[in-house]
Ligand binder design. Structure first.
Ligand SMILES: Cc1cc2nc3c(=O)[nH]c(=O)nc-3n(C[C@H](O)[C@H](O)[C@H](O)COP(=O)(O)O)c2cc1C
Length: 216
C-alpha cells in the first residue's frame, strides 16, 4: 500500500468483526515493527500477542470488572484531562465534543459497551517494559506501537491503541503469566473493522498545527 495512504487512513477502530488473524500474519506485523528505532538499540519491549481462548478469558475478566465499576488498577497510571498542559486539554475537549456530537446522531450508540467488550478485537498485542522504567523506554515503546499499527494497516488490518486493554493489571499479569518485574503499558487491538457506525467517527487532525515551526 502507498505509504501516505497507510498513514492517513489508519484510524482507531472500536468495533471489530469476528474474524481472526493467522499466526503467520501476526508474526509478519511484529517482524516489520521491530525495525523501529530505540535508545542505543535497546529493543527492550516485551510483546505479548494474545488471541483465542486466552483472550476470551481476559475479555470476560475485563467485562466483569467494568460492570461492577471496579477501580482502575493499571501498571501505568491513568491520565486525566487536568494532568495535561492547556493546549492538549483544549484538543482533548474538542475531541470529546466532536465525539459526543457524532454519537448524538444515533439513538442506540454503545461506545462504552464496545469498550467494555474490548471492541471485540480478535487479537490484542500487549506491550510491557521491565522495571525500572525510564522516559526513553516509553518513547521507544510508543514508536514501536505505532509501527505495529502501520505494519498492520499495510496488510489491510485495522487497529486501536487503548488504555482500556490494560486497565486491570493484576488480573492481566495473572492470566497472561507476565512477571511482576514488568509493567504492562498498553494494548493494541488488531482485527478487521465491521460496519458499526462507531467506526465512522473520524477525529479531527489539526491539534498539532499551531505547534509546528520551521526555524531557519
Ligand atoms: C496511549 C493511547 C491510549 C488510548 N486509549 C484509548 C482508550 O482507552 N479508548 C479509546 O477508545 N481510544 C483510546 N485511544 C485512541 C485515541 O482516542 C485516538 O488515537 C485519538 O482519538 C486519535 O484518533 P485516531 O487514532 O482515529 O487517529 C488511545 C490512544 C493512545 C495513543
Amino acid at each position: 500500500m502507498d505509504f501516505e495512504k497507510i498513514i492517513k487512513t489508519r484510524k482507531s477502530i472500536r468495533s471489530f468483526k469476528n474474524e481472526g488473524i493467522s499466526d503467520k500474519t501476526l508474526l509478519k506485523i511484529i517482524e516489520m515493527a521491530k525495525y523501529s528505532a530505540s535508545w542505543v538499540n535497546s529493543k527492550h519491549i516485551y510483546t505479548y500477542v494474545v488471541t483465542g481462548e486466552k483472550l476470551k478469558e481476559l475479555k470476560k475478566m475485563h467485562y466483569k470488572n467494568a460492570m461492577k465499576h471496579a477501580e482502575y488498577n493499571s501498571d501505568i497510571k491513568y491520565a486525566h484531562l487536568n494532568d495535561f498542559p492547556n493546549n492538549e486539554q483544549h484538543n482533548m475537549k474538542k475531541w470529546l465534543d466532536e465525539r459526543n456530537n457524532f454519537l448524538s446522531k444515533f439513538e442506540n450508540n454503545d461506545w462504552n459497551e464496545k469498550s467494555n467488550h474490548l471492541f471485540n478485537a480478535p487479537v490484542v498485542v500487549y506491550l510491557a517494559v521491565e522495571k525500572p522504567r525510564n522516559d526513553w523506554m516509553m518513547y521507544d515503546l510508543g514508536a514501536y506501537g505505532d509501527s505495529i499499527m502501520l505494519a498492520a494497516k499495510n496488510l489491510g488490518i485495522d487497529s486501536i491503541t487503548a488504555y482500556t486493554f490494560a486497565t486491570f493489571a493484576p488480573e492481566l499479569h495473572k492470566i497472561l503469566d507476565i512477571p511482576k518485574n514488568q509493567e504492562i503499558v498498553v494494548g493494541i487491538g488488531l482485527g478487521y473493522r465491521d460496519n458499526d457506525v462507531i467506526n465512522d467517527f473520524i477525529a479531527s487532525n489539526d491539534g498539532f498545527d499551531k505547534l509546528v515551526k520551521i526555524i531557519k
